[in-house]
Design a protein around this ligand. Structure first.
Ligand code: ZN
Length: 263
């Protein structure tokens, strides 16, 4: 499942290619029956909050959540757009660009005044502009009032928006924190450090499309084997202490951690 950095990347692509452009919206597959409600309108804003993408048009917005199977395909064309193939839920098109959306969990038209309501239900997103620095306090408060493990809370979109399995594992490793620590027992200093780390690392993901989390490998395009500290490294020696990286299931999602560094 795409994590927040890739949703923010998509938001930026829409902003760059479609802003203030009349956009033809269709549903070649037929399932996005409301496409006609906004088709032909100008895109006035494209933004992401966590894993939610919202495309604002003149009279309504479209909310998209990719879920596990959702995928975007951006193409350019000169005279005629490429024929849609497969199950294209939504197609966005202007004079020279066409974007096909396949397999999302959600793609729906919502009222413009429902956008803040949607965002209100989500925790702070380390990738959103935060001029008053309210995100960090809000994150700490949301974690510390819960007794469930921090590993679970980092994936809870109402606690922290945008983080998924990769950033969860890597942020906890970088904080030397056991994923099993109950939220209300995690010291504020540790939570401050995790928030600040996410604020520093996730923009690299937006810029490069890669979830870069290893000191010394935060630039360029490190090979897959070099990219992560613990994610998908179960059974391999920890890069810091040589103990084998562990794997477990937490709420049916794979969890990776170093039992020694994150005791
Ligand atoms: Zn270790």
């Amino acid at each position: 499942m795409p994590e927040g950095h890739s949703v923010h990347r998509t938001a930026k692509q829409f902003q760059k290619l479609f802003l203030h452009e009349p956009t033809k919206i269709s549903s070649p597959q037929g399932r996005f029956t409301d496409a006609g409600l906004v088709s032909g309108q100008q895109l006035t804003k494209s933004e992401a909050w966590g894993k939610q993408l919202v495309l604002h048009f003149e009279t309504a917005a479209i909310r998209i959540h990719l879920g596990i199977y959702g995928k975007w395909k951006f193409s350019t064309f000169e005279d005629t757009p490429p024929e849609p193939y497969g199950q294209v839920r939504a197609r966005f098109q202007n004079q020279s660009h066409v974007v096909d959306l396949r397999g999302p969990t959600a793609c729906e038209v919502i009222e413009l005044d429902q956008v803040p309501v949607l965002f209100d239900r989500l925790g702070p997103d380390p990738l959103r502009p935060d001029p008053k620095q309210l995100g960090r306090e809000s994150f700490i408060e949301r974690v510390q009032k819960r007794k469930v493990p921090i590993g679970q809370l980092l994936m809870d979109q109402s606690v922290l928006a945008g983080v998924g399995n990769v950033y969860r594992a890597e942020l906890l490793f970088r904080a030397n924190l056991s994923p099993f620590t109950p939220g209300n027992q995690v010291p504020s200093d540790d939570l401050e450090a995790i928030w600040d780390d996410a604020v520093a690392l996730m923009p690299l993901g937006v810029r490069t499309g890669l979830m870069l989390t290893r000191d010394g490998y935060l630039k360029g395009r490190p090979k897959k084997d070099d990219r992560y500290n613990v994610y998908k490294r179960e059974g391999l020696p920890c890069r810091s202490c040589n103990q084998n990286v562990a794997i477990g299931l937490m709420q049916a999602r794979k969890l990776y951690w170093c039992p020694k560094c994150q005791a």
